[in-house]
Design a protein around this ligand. Structure first.
Ligand SMILES: [Zn+2]
Length: 72
């Protein structure tokens, strides 16, 4: 599992944030309260896509939700 904010791998999953991406539960996590708060801001500002480093984003196996694509 990789943190949805800082992209550390093998994290201890602290918060399930799957619903932010309209994903099934158990698919997206953050590793800490700090990452949760920061990522929540990005999601609500819709700046989350800009935060994603392209190099890492390209390696991700699953695509972001179609809703995010439409909103951009
Ligand atoms: Zn994190």
């Amino acid at each position: 599992m990789i943190c949805g904010y800082c992209y550390k791998s093998h994290i201890v999953t602290k918060h399930d944030v799957s619903h932010w991406w309209n994903c099934p539960p158990d698919t997206n996590y953050v590793c800490s309260d700090e990452c949760y708060t920061k990522l929540e801001k990005l999601v609500k500002n819709r700046t989350w896509m800009d935060h994603k480093p392209e190099a890492i984003f390209g390696k991700k196996k699953h695509k972001p939700s179609p809703n995010f694509e439409k909103k951009k």
